[in-house]
Design a protein around this ligand. Structure first.
Ligand code: PEP
Ligand code: MN
Length: 292
């Protein structure tokens, strides 16, 4: 190891190094310097291409999913998102369509050829959701659901792990380590904003988490500007910023009629607005030496 990189002058330096490597050794770049690339269908996440995941917050009905899927595909999205199991703050809010929603996503996949990412909330649903989805998502509220992390660690499908809104970067990496400890190394880390005193946005996007995670881990990094801001007019500037700091993928909520959305309408883009975002990020993608 280069002398400039590491000086273990004291016992506490050595102890710190051991502690860190024990904490998240599998997800750490320390023993795995090259970037992890995850293939989903024809798309590689963590390569040169900026991968765009787009679709509704929740699957609501066949027409909504199909129309939105076709629109985001036309604008150049690579992966279709949509929640069938929804972690809602209020028990009285729409909770998602469950397996019926998964079926609608699969139908949209067949028609558009877009792979699917969808959320999973409990360990006993892993095998069911994995039958439909190409990528399983663990939402921010479940980042520390260790039983769930262990269960998705045992399957072969890629996992989007979202950072808890009250979790540190270290806790985030420790959660990814749970998944990887079970043999699944296909993990996409997603920064989706953390809770601060600021109320202008739904959450505060921790933009510096992107280069920090890139430095500490070999896993691909995604940014979700929709949940980070809660506001549709912030999606373009924040997507640009995310790409400029090194994100590998972006996840954006799109709804064919956001004003009728059962969940997260304020942050959902119309298909036209999504198309504008796809055009608006192009110069930054080129500037960063990445591809669309
Ligand atoms: C989502 O992506 O649908 C979602 C619920 O996001 P988060 O877990 O980041 O709130
Ligand atoms: Mn949402």
């Amino acid at each position: 190891m280069d002398n400039n990189e590491l000086h273990c002058n004291t016992m506490s330096d050595i102890e710190r190094l051991i502690q860190q490597s024990q904490a998240y050794k599998l997800v750490s770049r320390q023993f795995h310097p090259q970037d992890t690339k995850i293939q989903v269908g024809n798309v590689i996440i963590g390569g040169k291409k900026i991968v765009m995941m787009a679709g509704p917050c929740s699957v609501e009905n066949k027409i909504q999913v199909m129309e939105t899927a076709k629109a985001v595909k036309k604008s150049g999205a690579h992966i279709l998102r949509g929640g069938a199991y929804k972690p809602r703050t209020s028990v009285y809010s729409f909770q998602g369509l469950g397996e019926d929603g998964l079926k609608m996503l699969l139908e949209a996949k067949k028609q558009t050829d877009l792979p699917i990412v969808t959320e999973i909330m409990s360990p006993d649903k892993v095998s069911l959701v994995a039958q439909y989805a190409d990528i399983l998502q663990i939402g921010c509220r479940n980042m520390q659901n260790y039983d769930l992390l262990m269960e998705v660690g045992k399957i072969k499908k890629p996992v989007v792990l979202k950072r808890g809104f009250n979790s540190t970067i270290k806790e985030f990496l420790l959660s990814a380590e749970y998944i990887m400890s079970q043999g699944n190394d296909k993990i996409i880390l997603c920064e989706r904003g953390i809770r601060t005193f600021e109320t202008m946005t739904r959450n505060t996007l921790d933009i510096s988490a992107v280069p920090i995670l890139k430095k500490l881990s070999h896993l691909p990094i995604m940014v979700d500007p929709s949940h980070a801001t809660g506001k549709r007019d912030l999606i373009l500037p924040i997507s640009r910023a995310a790409i400029a700091v090194g994100a590998d993928a972006i996840m954006i909520e799109v709804h064919h009629h956001p004003e009728q959305a059962l969940c997260d309408g304020d942050q959902s883009l119309t298909p036209n607005e999504f198309d504008e975002v796809m055009k608006g990020i192009k110069p930054i993608i080129q500037c960063m030496g990445r591809e669309m």
